[in-house]
Design a protein around this ligand. Structure first.
Ligand code: UDP
Length: 237
């Protein structure tokens, strides 16, 4: 048990938003928004990166015959839709929220300006970073690590759907899967674990950013993670 974190970056997979289906499930997004609202009320500064896997993943569209880069832009646009849904439910909970986008779209989001993002957080606003990095061939996990570093978050919290920690294989299909409570970055990479991409892990390793992988299914988990509880899998130097 450690001290509560003061500033965190929360990565939410797109799949969690869709409840495993295409689009957003309002009940799930409302539940996530309520959990974040509790954190903000307690004084935690929160930035969020939302994935887009509930809409499109570039690599899957590529398998269907599309060019990877164009398909990746579709994936990035999906993250913007998730970000707007989360902003809406956060503001319904009374939490002032700003969406910043790595792709310019002034009608719906501010541009990505890291210093301004920090200022928003200092004022108690949640900042949602959308549109990934704005660049094809990246994942939102990697963007989450980069944004966490740039806005000086103390930890990267990786909220997952349908799984409560890192395992050596999918525990939903392999009941014998081994669960890890703790891993170094090098162990994570050497084992070739698929729960986050290697670019994200190596960026965190090279810059000494701790990560915690945990399940979003239990509604108390985001709060417990921010409180410093080592639920799920702690990945560190
Ligand atoms: N994407 C991208 N560049 C980025 C971030 C995301 O091209 O910087 C695209 C990529 O196609 C990816 C999709 O957006 O598959 C959705 O993001 P991701 O798969 O990371 O979402 P998640 O798995 O977290 O839902």
């Amino acid at each position: 048990m450690t001290e509560p974190y003061r500033r965190v970056l929360l990565k939410l997979s797109g799949e969690a938003f869709g409840g495993g289906k295409l689009g957003v499930d309002p009940l799930i997004v409302r539940s996530v928004a309520r959990q974040i609202a509790h954190l903000v009320a307690a004084g935690t500064q929160v930035a969020v990166v939302v994935g887009g896997g509930n809409y499109f993943r570039g690599v899957e569209l590529q398998r269907g015959g599309m060019d990877r880069d164009r398909a990746d832009y579709m994936g990035m646009l999906g993250t913007v839709m998730n970000s707007l849904a989360l902003q809406d439910f956060l503001e319904k909970e009374g939490v002032p929220t700003r969406v910043q986008s790595a792709i310019t779209m002034g009608q719906v989001a501010e541009p990505y300006i890291p210093r301004r993002a920090e200022r928003h957080m200092e004022k108690g606003r949640v900042v949602i970073f959308s549109a990934g990095s704005g660049m094809p061939y990246f994942s939102t996990d990697t963007v989450a690590a980069q944004r966490a570093l740039e806005v000086k978050a103390e930890i990267l919290l990786m909220g997952k759907n349908g799984v409560d920690a890192v395992y050596d294989c999918d525990p939903n299909t392999h009941p014998e899967a081994n669960r890890y409570d703790e891993l170094t970055y090098d162990e994570f990479l050497a084992k070739g674990l698929k729960v986050a991409d290697a670019t994200a892990i190596s960026l965190a390793r090279d810059n000494n950013l701790d990560m915690l992988f945990f399940g979003l299914d239990d509604e108390s988990n985001i709060g417990r993670a921010v409180a410093g509880e080592r639920i799920g899998t702690w990945v560190h130097a």
